[in-house]
Design a binder for this molecule. Structure first.
Ligand SMILES: [Zn+2]
Ligand SMILES: [Zn+2]
Length: 182
């Protein structure tokens, strides 16, 4: 699964080809064939993101890639994959493909259902845990002393206020909080 270079390879690995071909062809007829063919060759990329489970990228009317965070649970990975495939199908079948607005509108929801997507919020305990582990202490509130945790440092040259008390958040130099190994 981790060696899948394109979307078609993962579709085969997950055994989704029958459902996808049947559903897409029954909804689009012969128009579905080139859309399916293109889906098969769409690049599949590995993502290390911890704030999203997957994404579909495109440039204007052209599809570019599907990205997936492979650390999510098997069942959730399958659902995320269907979510992104539904974006591809929605984008490629819209009358105006140049501007893909409102990506989770009714037309996307329909595609998601058609290809076997399950309703409900996508969550992954594994990815949430990864997210928690990657948080770093980046600042301290001058007023109340609370430590702010974030994935990335605050941008330099910008002022931030602590939402709860209004105090100024002072960036901390990350290096001085590292524990020496020796
Ligand atoms: Zn989406
Ligand atoms: Zn504060």
């Amino acid at each position: 699964m981790l060696n899948c270079q394109n979307v078609g390879a993962l579709i085969l690995y997950l055994g989704l080809e029958k459902v996808l071909c049947r559903q897409v062809e029954s909804h689009l007829g012969t128009r579905g064939k080139p859309i399916l063919a293109r889906l098969w060759t769409l690049p599949l990329k590995r993502s290390n993101a911890v704030t999203r489970l997957g994404s579909y990228s495109y440039q204007g009317e052209y599809p570019k890639a599907i990205r997936l965070q492979f650390a999510q649970e098997d069942h959730q990975l399958r659902q995320t994959f269907l979510h992104e495939i539904a974006h591809y199908l929605d984008h490629q079948t819209r009358s105006n493909r140049r501007a893909y607005r409102a990506p989770h509108a009714e037309s996307w929801q329909q595609w998601f259902r058609i290809i076997g997507g399950e309703p409900g919020d996508a969550t992954s305990t594994a990815i949430s845990a990864l997210y928690q582990r990657r948080l770093k202490i980046v600042a301290r509130c001058e007023r109340c002393g609370v430590l702010l945790k974030r994935l990335r440092a605050l941008s330099r040259g910008q002022n931030y206020l602590h939402r709860n008390c209004g105090g100024r958040l002072v960036p901390l130099d990350l290096e001085q909080h590292e524990t020496p190994c020796r």
